[in-house]
Each structure stands twice: as C-alpha cells, then as structure tokens.
Design a protein around this ligand. Structure first.
Ligand code: TLP
Length: 346
C-alpha cells in the first residue's frame, strides 16, 4: 500500500533537476559572502519581490523570528492574528529570543481587520504599558485554511499600521500560492511592507530554505542576528541551488490548488464532513469531522490504516494539504476511501 501523505506541502522531495543543480553548485563560504549561488538566490529573490535585499535562512521560523528580532526591542509588543503561525507554531520564540510580547488580534485577516488594529495598539506615555511596534500579517493564512489576502487588503492594513507608527512584517511562507490564486505579481503582495519571509520548502520541493527580504539596512542587521542565532552557513550554495530551482517551479502551484478544490468538493459530499468551500482558495483543505462520529484523532487513525496521512488541526478539525508529490488520481482515491468508509460504513 503506497501512502498518500497530505500532512503538509513541506514533505515534497527534491526533483532530479534540483539534485543535479545541487551537485553542480558553485560554492564558497557564505559567512564571508563568497558563495556565488547563495548571492544569486538572494539577488533573484529580492528582484522577484521588488525589495532591496534578501537573506537566505534555514527555515521559515528563523525568517519570521529574525524579522521580529531585527524590528523590535526587548519589551516591545507585536500584533499578530490570533490564528497566526507566529503565535501558534513558533515555540514562543518571540518571547524567548527577542523578549517581545505577542498580542493576538482576532479577525485581523477578515474584513474589518483594519478597525481591529486600532483597538490593540497601546497608547504611548504610560509607564505600565509596552510599546506596540510591529504588525505581522500572514499570506496565505495557514490556520484559516490557506486563504489569501489581496494587495488592496494588505495595503489597507499597512496604511493603518503606519498611522500608528508600526512596522509591518509579512509571513509569506506561501506567498506564491497567494499570488497564483489571485493571479497577481507576488511583489504586489509585498509592496510597501518592511519585511517579508517566504519559503522554498513548501510545495516547491527544496529540501530546506526560506528568504527574508527588506531594505538593505534591515537585511544587514538581520544578517548579524542570523549569525547570533547560529544560522550563518558556509558552503550553503548546495542548498541555494535547490532554492533557485524551486523558484522556477512556483507557477506549478496552480495544480495543487486545483487538486485541493477536487478534494474539498469530493469530501464535502460525504455525510459528517463539513468544509467551508469558500476557504479553499489555495492548497489547504480544513474540515470539521465532528459529524462523522469520530474525533480528529480516531478519524486520522482510520485514514492511516488505509494509507492516507493527514494532520490534526485541533478543535475536531483535520487538515489536508495538496502538493507536487500527490497527483489528482491519488486525490480521487482519498475521496473514494473516505466515502466508502463513512457513507457505506465499510
Ligand atoms: N508550517 C508548517 C507547520 O509548522 C505547521 C506546515 O506544515 O504548514 N509560516 C507559515 C504560515 C507556515 O505555515 C510555516 C510552516 C512556517 C511559517 C514555518 O516554516 P518552517 O517550517 O520552515 O520553519
């Protein structure tokens, strides 16, 4: 039985072209800024998102945390969406590494998010109160099911943040999914923002790697902080070569989105599975399985016994993520397996 792994798009493996590029990569010591392949990846990433400079980092988490560390001082408060990756899945790193406090904002990514920002920014001039200095956005939004934020919504949030003197960082781990779904230039989704992080390892087959982007001065300081965290890499061109191949693959994400729609439409027909089809805008499908009579853990165990892996998203919800290494026939197979299991009580 071949496993169909829908736990995450992080599980995609390097393509043969990528492995070849890695084997042949020209390298040098990147701490001396002498790795030509890393330099090329950073230059291409900066050009793609129309930012002055970029920094190659091992993971999305490090990219986000470097942004917080570089923008903020100890004791600052950072506004994040209440469902954000930075709040839920980064091991409280903002508190541990920067000494910053995260302030969860409900509905930041919904219409009306602009009003929410104003409610949470702390007034100045009171010794009890931490200064709010940074707003973090997430596009696509993982826990909201891979939903996208268009450039107009991003701009409105940027404007309101600026009116309070805040910097703005975008966790754009899946910014290319957002751009493909919206049919826009990814640079439009990053315009005016102080920093952006995107990942090469999500749906794009690179084994590791993310980029942090911003002004030349911001990246200069982030580079020093990367060294502080032990993230200064040496002949990292071997990895950057995979990253350059990954960037070429970004248009293929449309296939993953089509597969996510196929999966969601199929699963939504099955009694007991509830999916809000409007949220299926990219490659993430989140479903409530409460109506099947199973909790998420036993639902996942049933699936695993039939060779399908998915993720527990908490609150009776299950997440499936489509990606390059699962094709449409396997997606149909997942729908068939679940429909036999739940409709016919197999
Ligand atoms: N997300 C992973 C898990 O950590 C949940 C996944 O499987 O979706 N920002 C966003 C929006 C992310 O979804 C992720 C990874 C990251 C940052 C962190 O990237 P890595 O895993 O490279 O540190």
């Amino acid at each position: 039985m071949k496993t169909i792994d829908l736990r995450s798009d992080t599980i995609t493996v390097p393509t043969p072209e990528m492995r070849r590029a890695m084997a042949e990569a020209e390298v040098g010591d990147d701490v001396y800024r002498e790795d030509p392949t890393v330099n090329r990846l950073e230059a291409e990433a900066a050009a793609l998102l129309k930012k002055e400079a970029a920094l190659f980092v091992p993971s999305g988490t490090m990219g986000n945390q470097l942004a917080i560390m570089t923008h903020c001082r100890r004791g600052d408060e950072v506004l994040v969406d209440a469902g954000s990756h930075i709040l839920h899945y980064e091991v409280a790193a903002a508190a541990v590494l920067t000494g910053a406090q995260l302030c969860p904002v409900r509905g930041l990514h919904d219409t009306g998010g602009v009003q929410e920002v104003g409610k949470y920014v702390r007034p100045a001039g009171d010794d009890h109160i931490p200064p709010t200095t940074l707003l973090c956005l997430e596009n696509t939004h993982n826990r909201m099911g891979g939903t996208v934020m268009d450039s107009a919504a991003t701009r409105s949030l940027l404007q309101v943040a600026r009116s309070y003197g805040l910097k703005v960082h975008l966790d754009g781990a899946r910014i290319f999914n957002a751009a493909v779904s919206l049919g826009c230039d990814p640079a439009d989704l990053a315009e005016g923002l102080d920093s952006v992080m995107f990942c090469l390892s999500k749906g794009l087959s690179a084994p590791v790697g993310s980029l942090l982007l911003g002004s030349g001065e911001f990246i200069r300081r982030a580079r020093k902080n990367r060294k502080l965290l032990g993230g200064g890499m040496r002949q990292a061109g071997v990895l950057a070569a995979a990253g350059l191949e990954a960037l070429k693959m970004r248009h293929r994400l449309a296939e993953d989105h089509a597969n996510a729609r196929l999966l969601a439409r199929g699963l939504a027909q099955i009694p007991g599975i509830a999916i809000d089809l409007e949220t299926v805008q990219t490659n993430i499908v989140v479903m409530d399985v409460g109506g099947t009579g199973h909790d998420a853990a036993s639902f996942l165990a049933l699936l695993a016994a039939r060779g399908v892996k998915a993720g527990n998203f908490g609150g009776g919800r299950v997440r499936m993520v489509t990606h390059k290494d699962v094709g449409d026939r396997q997606i149909q197979e997942v729908v068939d397996i679940l429909s036999r299991l739940l409709s016919k009580g197999e």
